[in-house]
Design a protein. Structure first.
Length: 95
């Protein structure tokens, strides 16, 4: 069986580092979204997009769109920078 490497957004490592420095537990899951985040007994799924790319290149894949629709109402964020990820982490902590 042929395996294909997942494409990782250039800023994902920076996002993960910022979240961990802020006290979050971070698991890189890759598909259907990039990250599972936990803090203060709460969790969130996070999809990283490269904010340096044109908006057209940041669009979710068809599989992600299906996933977002299926999991609507659950904690899920699309972030394009470490700053954006930290804002979402603060929202998650606040409940």
């Amino acid at each position: 069986m042929t395996r294909y490497a997942l494409r990782v957004d250039a800023n994902q490592a920076q996002i993960v580092s910022a979240l961990q420095a802020a006290g979050a537990t971070v698991e890189v899951i890759g598909k259907p979204v990039d990250l599972l985040i936990g803090i203060s007994g709460r969790w969130m799924m996070m999809e990283c997009k490269d904010g340096q790319k044109p908006k057209s290149a940041q669009k979710p894949t068809p599989a992600q769109e299906r996933f977002f629709k299926k999991w609507a109402g659950y904690p899920l964020a699309v972030v394009d920078s470490a700053e954006c990820a930290l804002r979402m982490l603060r929202v998650l902590e606040a409940g």
